[in-house]
Design a protein around this ligand. Structure first.
Ligand SMILES: [Fe+2]
Length: 463
């Protein structure tokens, strides 16, 4: 038995294995590219180290690719068979991994919560819980679990900035923007490498419509993040969103071409960032050329994935946006089978939310705008269980507004845009769209006021 950098027991005969695991956690939390190498090194020191086996499984799961499942199931079976004398914390990590592999995100989260109740300084459990609470759209759980661990941390605890950054993100998703920014900035000050904390503050700026400031906040160069893993693409995605709202579409397309589209590989497809980005541009009236081609091609190979509802939704969007409706419908059929035969959170969410959402997106892309509205309107505020952030799920609001407008549902469009200008009063395009629908409805006075609001905003800048 040896202790990790925060004093938690690890069942192993090798202090070197523990040192490698410490470095793996630090690298993973910093979004570096060495975590797997460090875990492999730990396993080379001690192949029987259960925590190292769990970490290996976690890192494979983070690839969000079902190709890893057979290897993981085999590892889990071998570990169960081997039994052995392990700690309660390690047993709970095994239970979490097992649930996660089954798509049972709720029980995976509950296992990590049990870990954190007793060992609040288990940074890996905290980060994984954070990620999966995010992917189940449970914002209050995000906040309560990080704050439940927070009391056991301070500046002297290695990795504290990551807890600050997670707390910042949780607060942001709960709408506590001022506190979120304060915690996020403190995290970045303590650790400028903390990509999640940088990202948390960017979320605050996005939700508060501080678009120019947000672009400045993310003014990093490619070289600055050359050593970061694929998550950096998501942070570039945020930078690109600031360009879109600033109506600087040329720069937005540059972000897509230079920073997003290169991250497709056999192991990881950057579907959520790419598809959502292209769709937002198209809704804004931008010609995205043939940029759907590659991502739709990838999506077609992943229609039976069902690793995360959020991923599946974006695969479907890519297929539908490219006009590959038969493949998109085949994906929905596969989802239906998964929902019937599967268990846990993913299966339930697939049935209740993902399938109708995908049907709406197919209808929208197929020009059946009224149908898209009929499906999306009643569920528009109930999409959180498919996961993702408020900013990411905003895409579906944008699709609904566009569908309502194209379906000629003027009153629905007015209502949605009234809501939107209230939420994002600093975005000129929202006010202009609002003025347009008010004009179409014959409400010229309100339309004039909406246009005044648009004109009062700074002209699109080179954000
Ligand atoms: Fe984000």
């Amino acid at each position: 038995m040896h202790q990790d950098i925060r004093g938690l027991d690890v069942t192993t005969s090798s202090p070197k294995a523990v040192a490698h695991l410490d470095r793996a956690v630090a690298d993973y939390l910093n979004y570096g590219t060495n975590a797997s190498t460090e875990v492999k090194a730990a396993l080379a020191e001690d192949p029987y180290c259960v925590l190292a086996q769990c970490y290996r499984g976690y890192l494979l799961m983070m690839l969000e690719n079902p190709a890893v499942f057979p290897k993981l199931r085999q590892t889990l079976a071998e570990l169960e068979k081997a039994g052995g004398d392990i700690t309660e914390r390690e047993r709970l990590h095994l239970a979490a991994l097992k649930a996660w592999v089954k798509g049972d995100l709720m029980n995976a989260c509950l296992a990590w919560e049990q870990v954190l109740n007793q060992w609040p300084q288990d940074l890996m459990a905290l980060k994984l819980h954070h990620t999966m609470a995010f992917y189940t759209g449970r914002n209050n759980v995000l906040r309560s679990v990080v704050s439940g661990a927070l009391g056991a941390w301070d500046e002297a605890t290695p990795g504290y900035s990551h807890v600050q950054g997670m707390y910042a993100y949780a607060l942001e998703e709960c709408g506590a923007y001022a506190d979120a920014e304060r915690w996020g900035r403190a995290a970045v000050e303590a650790n400028p490498e903390d990509l999640w904390a940088i990202h948390s503050v960017a979320h605050v700026m996005e939700m508060q419509g501080r678009f120019g400031e947000g672009a400045d906040w993310l003014d990093y160069s490619r070289d600055d993040w050359a050593h970061k893993n694929f998550f950096k693409a998501h942070v570039w995605w945020h930078r690109g969103l600031f360009h879109i709202v600033a109506e600087n579409y040329e720069r937005a397309l540059q972000v897509f071409d230079n920073e997003l589209s290169s991250l497709n590989s056999e192991t990881y497809v950057d579907v959520s960032n790419q598809a959502a980005f292209l769709k937002r541009l198209q809704i804004a009236g931008v010609d995205v050329g043939n940029r759907w081609d590659l991502i739709a091609e990838h999506a077609a190979t992943r229609i039976h994935d069902h690793v995360l509802p959020f991923r599946d939704a974006h695969f479907c969007l890519a297929l539908a946006a490219k006009g590959r409706f038969d493949t998109a419908r085949a994906q929905i059929q596969s989802m239906a089978v998964f929902a019937t035969e599967g268990e846990g959170w993913n299966a339930r969410t697939t049935q209740a939310i993902l399938i109708p959402l995908c049907e709406a997106m197919i209808a929208y892309e197929n020009g059946e705008y009224a149908k898209a509205c009929d499906i999306l309107w009643p569920m528009r505020n109930e999409l959180a269980p498919i996961g993702g952030s408020l900013a990411q799920r905003d895409l579906f609001s944008q699709i609904l507004i566009d569908a309502a407008r194209r379906a000629g549902r003027l009153h629905m469009t007015r209502s949605l845009l009234s809501e939107r200008v209230a939420q994002f009063p600093r975005a000129r395009r929202n006010w202009r769209d609002y003025a347009k629908v008010l004009t179409d409805l014959g409400d010229m006075d309100l339309a004039a006021k909406a246009l005044q609001s648009a004109d009062a905003l700074p002209a699109p800048a080179a954000a």
